[in-house]
Structure formats: structure tokens, C-alpha cells
Design a protein around this ligand. Sequence first.
Ligand code: 5GP
Ligand code: MN
Length: 345
Amino acid sequence: MSTISDLKELLAQPRQIFITTHHKPDADALGSSLGLAGYLRKKGHHVTVVTPSDYPDFLAWMPGNDEVIIYDARRNDAQVREIIRTAEVIFCLDFSCLGRINEMGEYIRQAPGTKVLIDHHLEPEQFADLDFSNPKAAATAELVFEVIRDLGDQDMIDVGMGESLYAGIMTDTGSFRHPSTSRNVHLIIAELLNAGIDLSSVHRRIYDSHSEMRLRFLGFVLKDKLVVLREYNTAYIAITQDELRQYQSKTGDTEGLVNFALSIEGVVFAAVLIDRGQAVKISFRSVGDFSVNEFARKNFNGGGHHNASGGISHEPLEATVERFLALLPEYQTKLVTAPLAVAPP
Ligand code: 5GP
Ligand code: MN
């Protein structure tokens, strides 16, 4: 952990600032990035936010969204590379290893600017000059709030910034139900309410703004694609590219699917495997003791948190599912004896 005074000193004069977050940004990734960007702009810095890929439409309401540059290797590689090279400060939010941001990872590794990491994933890579990561935090947005507060500028958090940060904390805590939902989280939400955020409106914008096709897709998946393996307390869903096409699936439409698999009584481990063409992307979730961070790290070149992680496979979908199934016997003891409740961090 770095000290806030180092950061204060770094930001004591107007800087060229670059902010980025992980591939396929979720509400915490984008909300923490735009919350921080809003603050830094108010402080007089020049800020560019670049995401490594596109993100769901239900995040587009966040103030600052219109200025976000979405990296595209064919369209703006040279431009983004130059912004990274000339940035004086590079903020990396909500990811812990540079491999998670594709081509931009290497550009950042080689960039001369001061790198500041704000993140809550396990086992961070050591690439940052200033490190404000804390795996006990429920969300990166929680840490961004604390950084702004500790810089002495909490009163600069306006409704727009507050709602972006709220969206990150709300989604990463599963709407305040995961064990990461600490007293600190609720105290921060109280402060955001003081700043004037409208939390039911944020909830609606994130959770109740889907297309009709997305709901029909969900119906299809739950009826025809969900597989429950009682002997392993495990449930999984595998989705082909054809099925995504058939339901006109857009970025973000598959988010949350894995939680349906995990919501079945007795299930402690859930996976969703999706054929994205270039690779199969996998989401893992667990309840209790079973570490999906370890599972993803060891078997699918991924990582994340104890109860929420992801990974990737470059084999075809069917072969990936077979490999996943073949791994389960090795974990059977852990899966059937895993206590359902873990003490909060
Ligand atoms: P999701 O399933 O929502 O995509 O991701 C769950 C968690 O795992 C997130 O915190 C995300 O950052 C992390 N994660 C997802 N995919 C990967 C991956 O391929 N590598 C690593 N290291 N983490 C991932
Ligand atoms: Mn996060």
C-alpha cells in the first residue's frame, strides 16, 4: 500500500492523466473510472479515459461516458499508444495484472508516467509505482471514494460521480448481499446519499433496462441450457456463438447469468462458459469456502476474487466443457464439504 501523501504530491499540479480499466468493463470498472475522472477534471487535470473494449449500454448514463475512448486495435491504436506514452499519471482501476487489458498492457508497462493502481483483486502483479489495492474492499469504487476522501476532497463528490461510484459498489456486492458488504460499505453509501445520489434510479438504470430479447434469451438458457450436477454441488451453463446470434445478444446481455446457476439450493459452485469466437470466456462463482479464484487461476489462465472469478480457454466450447467436467472429481471433496458460510473479511 502507498500513502495518500505521495498521491497528493503527484496531483499537486495539473497533470496529463490516463485512466483505464479491465476488458469488458462492468459497473465497478466504468463507475470507478468515471467517478475518479470527474473528480480529477474538477481539480483541473486533463483526463482521458480509455477502455480496452466496449461495454454494456446500461452503463452509458454515467457522466463522462461520451468522452470515453474505446480502444480498437484497427482504428485507434496509434492514438491510444501516444496518449499512454505522454501521460504523466496512469491510473489502473479494477484489474490487477496488465494482461487483462490486452495490447494496452504492454504500452502501459513501457510508459514513463507514474502508474497508480486502485483495485480489489487478489494477488496483484507488481507493476504500479503507487498501489492502493486492497483485496478486502468490496469494490474498486469503494477504494476510489476513500482515495478522494483521504485527499481531503470528499465535498467535491457530486451527484454524477456519486451515482457512478454507487453503481460500482452496488453491483460488486451483488446489491449488498455478498460477505464483502462491510460496515464501511454502508457508511460510504450513507455519505453518497448525503451527496444527493438517487439510488433507486441507479438500480433501475442498471438492472431494469434490458431488451425484450435479453429476457427471452434468459428464459431459453434457464430452460434448456442449465446443467445441475448434484454429486458436485455444481451447476453450469455453456452457450454457443449460434445461440448468442439467435437471440441478438449484445455486450452485457450475459451478465448475471452465472448467479442464476448459483441460486439453486445446495449449489456451491457455478460456471458459465460462452463461446466468443476468438476464445471461450468463463465466469465462475461460488458460495462459502470453495475458492473460484484458485480454480480459475490454476485451470483457466484467469483469476479474480475468492467467490467470483473468470478465465479463458482457447479450445473449442465442447472441449472446454469436457475439460471443466473432467476437473470436477479432483475438487469433489472440497465441493461437497465446503461450509456454506464464510466469515466476512
Ligand atoms: P466476470 O465473471 O463478472 O466477468 O468476472 C468476475 C471477476 O473475475 C471479476 O472481478 C473479473 O475482474 C475477474 N476476471 C474475469 N475474467 C478474468 C480473467 O480472464 N483473468 C483474471 N485474472 N480475472 C478475471
Ligand atoms: Mn470490481
